[in-house]
Structure formats: C-alpha cells, structure tokens
Design a protein around this ligand. Structure first.
Ligand code: PBG
Length: 324
C-alpha cells in the first residue's frame, strides 16, 4: 500500500532537486588517461580501431600529458612501443627505453601529474606474450625477475606508481620487494588484480603492437566465467602488498567491481578497455548513439558499481565535458 503515500517521482521533479539527491558525482579527478609512447619525434600515428587515440613520440606525449593535467586529470598510465623487441624483452628494463624516456620528459614538464606505468612484457617480447617462453609454455617464475627489473627501472626513471598487468603469480610480492630494497618504499603498486582474458582487448593490441604470435593469454589471464576466483586474485595481491586493485575489463565485469568494493578496503580501479571504447566510437560515428551522453553514463555507472578510479581513453573528452 505504498502508493499514493510514496511517489519517487517527487525527487525527480526538476534538475535542482535531482542534483540534490544524486548519489554518484563524476569529476575529472576520477580518471587515469592511458597513453601509447613510441620512438621518433613529432610522431602522432593514429590507431584505426581507437579513433581519437594515437601512438605518440615523447615530445607529443608531453603535450598530451599537459593537456590532461590542465583538464584536472590527476594521472596518466604509459604503455611503450619499443623500437626493437626480443625474446627477453630487453627494452622493458633499459634505462634508456621508450617508457623511461617518456617518464623523464613528462615529469620534467608536468611535475604534478602522477605518472603510472604499465608493467608487462608483452609489448617488449618478440612473441607478444606477457612472460618468458620455454617449449611453448609461458613460464611464471622466470618472468617475475624481468617484471621486477622493469618496475624498478620505471621508478628509477621517475614513475610515481607502477601497475603490473601480466597476471603472473607472485608478481606484486617481487615488485614490492625490489622497490623496498632500493629505497622506493613510498611508491604505490596498482595491480591489475582481476584481469580477464578478454576479446575486448583487441584494439589495444593494434595500439601496443602486442598481439601474441601464437596461442592466447588464457593460461595466465582469468576465465570470464569466474566470479569467486576474482576474490582470490584480489586477496592475494593485497596480501602481497598491492595498494590499489584493478578490475579489467570494466563494462562486462561490473559484478566483479561491486564484489571487490564490498569485500576489500583498498581503492578499486576499473579499466574501461579499448574494445569498450571502440564500440562507443563506432556507434557514435554511425550516428546511432549520442557519444558524450553514453560516455557519461558509462563513467557514472562504473563509479556507482564501486570504482574509485577509472582508466579510460575517453578521459580527455569526459573531463572537458565535466569542466563545461
Ligand atoms: C598488457 C595490457 C593489455 C591491456 C592493458 N595492459 C593487453 C592484454 O593483456 O592483452 C589492455 C588494455 C585495453 O584493451 O585497453 N598486458
């Protein structure tokens, strides 16, 4: 017998009242902007499956970083496209590697911006897998050593935070260890804790030139069918020292975002991945949706589901819209 006493529409009567009772409010401060850095100068190579995104050389990356900072975005995450790839992913931990150069240049010109780095081997390995390969198998423990070296070299170059995305077991522990041993106990680790083996990553693989030469990533990334297993992965990473935990992808995994938020007391990040971005862009290009309204709805929903931080290629556009 709630009606006519209860009329939820009373609180939707006009925009002032709607604003008063809104539960989730977005700000540019919620975003991390992902960037792809490549060698060369003055390079801005468009990524066809991610309209609006590009591989940029270090000088151009500095401009984009500055743009993000001016819009009120607190952080970027860097992915590197090295000039040479090999079986050991040497460029990943080269002090003069592409990401290391970009960190230095960006921190030099935009010191306040939080520079996060993606720590993974796939962009640096000739075979495109996230770890060392032996007889066709992706080896866990030998990969840990490389990841630790890579993380340390990013931090030595000036990174403010590292984000391991490889899904090897034990990587948070070895990274925490090596950073502490070298006096970087104050550098936080944001782990890609519940990272699923997803078809939504395919545009990224064009962007980062990291498509596996054989097989797929199902022996290390999670099975999309599993929900409880995400709790195990997140718990392990927190135990090993993760400061922030990420769920990835975001849209098809909002149940996971919500579970993680309910069960753990650390900040939760959600990665609105390349395929999610590409779908919005494609539909908008065809005139089938209103891009900005859809973007805002997606971002709000992710925050409502429990994300404290959203990694998204829409960050610049969304921040512009929010600053209007
Ligand atoms: C590296 C990495 C990937 C993404 C982020 N870090 C690709 C993958 O795991 O294959 C995907 C990001 C996106 O799709 O936007 N391991």
């Amino acid at each position: 017998m709630s009606f006519p006493i209860h009329r939820p529409r009373r609180l939707r009567l006009n925009s002032v009242i709607r604003n008063m009772v809104r539960e989730t409010v977005l700000t540019p401060n919620d975003f991390i902007y992902p960037m792809f850095v490549t060698f060369g100068k003055g390079v801005r190579k468009k990524i066809s499956s991610m309209p609006g995104c590009a591989q940029v050389s270090v000088d151009e990356a500095v401009k984009d970083a500055h743009r993000a900072w001016k819009l009120g975005i607190p952080a970027i995450i860097l992915f590197g496209i090295p000039e040479h790839k090999d079986e050991k992913g040497t460029e990943a931990y080269n002090a003069k590697g592409i990401v290391q150069k970009a960190i230095k240049a960006i921190k030099d010109k935009v010191p306040g911006l939080v520079v996060i780095t993606d720590v993974c081997m796939c962009e640096y390995m000739s075979h495109g897998h996230c770890g060392v390969i032996k007889e066709g198998k992706i080896m866990n423990d030998p990969t840990l050593e490389l990841l630790a070296k890579e993380a340390l070299s990013h931090v030595k170059a000036g990174a403010d935070m590292v984000a391991p995305s490889d899904m090897m077991d034990g990587r948070i522990m070895v990274i925490r260890d090596i950073l502490d041993l070298n006096g970087y106990e104050d550098i936080p680790v944001m782990s890609y804790a519940a990272k699923y083996s997803s078809a939504f990553y395919s545009p990224f693989r064009e962007a980062a030139e990291s498509t596996p030469a054989f097989g797929d990533r199902r022996s290390y990334q999670m099975d999309p069918a599993n929900r409880r297993e995400a709790m195990k992965e997140v718990a392990l990473d927190i135990e090993e020292g993760a400061d922030i935990v990420m769920v990835k992808p975001a849209l098809s995994y909002m149940d996971i975002i919500s579970d993680v938020k309910d069960s753990f007391d650390v900040p939760v990040a959600a990665y609105n991945v390349s395929g999610e971005y590409a779908m919005v862009k494609a539909a908008a290009k065809l005139g089938w949706i209103d891009e900005m309204k859809v973007v805002m709805e997606i971002m709000t929903s992710l925050k409502r589901a429990g994300a404290d931080i959203i990694l998204t290629y829409h960050a610049l556009d969304a921040a512009k819209e929010l600053n209007k």
